[in-house]
Design a protein around this ligand. Structure first.
Ligand SMILES: CC[C@H](C(=O)O)C(=O)SCCNC(=O)CCNC(=O)[C@H](O)C(C)(C)COP(=O)(O)OP(=O)(O)OC[C@H]1O[C@@H](n2cnc3c(N)ncnc32)[C@H](O)[C@@H]1OP(=O)(O)O
Length: 250
């Protein structure tokens, strides 16, 4: 299995478990995220944690060894829409969603973390919207969510620089909720969460969800997905992916 989904003490934890390929997202992980979205919606839980195995990567985005076979706009749209829809369901869960960023979060991996309410990042990690280096934009809703999260200029800069940011930079620009240097830092974050009744957390999350519904967040995500699919079909993207996949042959 490419993921683990566990509940303990009313905390639901989803772990991407493909460390050998830097926890890239394939169809199996998408199925897991859909299971997470469904079970978290219908369970009496306090909050959701999304993390990954190992310490090298939280998620390296789409699995290029699989998704490079998607050539046309329609083929790309189908995958992007499926992942965009499940990320929207996760973002609008009625409980807090915490990304425990254990390693690099790049491309779609950065989109997954950005869809979460909180981002706790380890000191060594680097994260970035590197989609631009593949001649595409974010395509799972992460660009839309970033504009909801950061000051406008910081969001636009992070997207268009298409580079990885250090933990210090991510804390400075507001993307990282906290840099967790020790397990005690992590324990203290959850301890402060647990001091407050679950219903209070749910009530405040509902305020955010109402705002997203009133500002047509889903439509804005769908427009992002459509544009990414159009760029995906261009030769510039296919050539960039081929270069990455053939890097070892240079
Ligand atoms: C809309 C989202 C969009 C989509 O695809 O749908 C995207 O996510 S676009 C962005 C796609 N992701 C990338 O371009 C990231 C590629 N990976 C990296 O930049 C690095 O692997 C990094 C920074 C995540 C980790 O670097 P590190 O040096 O620790 O590891 P390696 O690069 O040596 O990778 C180890 C091993 O894993 C393979 N790998 C890594 N990421 C992917 C990936 N996303 N898809 C497929 N395979 C991946 C890499 O090729 C290496 O394989 P090996 O056979 O050992 O050479």
């Amino acid at each position: 299995m490419s993921y683990k989904l566990e509940i303990s003490e009313q905390i639901m934890t989803f772990t991407i478990d493909r460390p050998e390929i830097r926890n890239a997202i394939n169809e199996d992980v998408m199925v897991g995220l859909e299971e997470l979205a469904q079970k978290a919606q219908e369970s009496e839980i306090r909050y959701v944690v999304i993390t990954a195995s190992g310490s090298q990567a939280f998620c390296s985005g789409g699995d290029l060894s699989v998704f490079h076979e998607l050539k046309t706009e329609a083929q790309a749209y189908s995958m992007l829409k499926r992942m965009g829809d499940v990320l929207y369901r996760i973002k609008t869960l009625p409980v807090p969603v915490i990304a425990l960023v254990n390693g690099a979060a790049v491309g779609g991996g950065c989109e997954i973390a950005t869809a979460c309410d909180y981002r706790l990042i380890r000191e060594h990690v680097k994260c970035g919207f590197i989609q631009g280096t593949l001649a595409i934009t974010s395509g799972w809703g992460g660009g839309t969510y970033l504009f909801e999260t950061l000051q406008h200029d910081r969001a636009l800069q992070m997207l268009t620089e298409a580079r990885v940011y250090t933990a210090a930079e991510l804390q400075q620009n507001g993307w990282a909720t906290e840099v967790v240097r020790t397990d005690e830092d992590l324990h203290n974050f959850f301890k402060s969460m647990n001091k407050i009744q679950p219903e209070v957390h749910r009530a405040y999350k509902a305020i955010a969800i109402r705002k997203w519904q009133e500002t047509n967040l889903k439509d804005r995500v769908d427009a992002e997905i459509q544009r990414c699919a159009e760029l995906w079909a261009e030769d510039a993207h296919h050539d960039a992916v081929d270069s990455f996949l053939n890097k070892g042959n240079k």
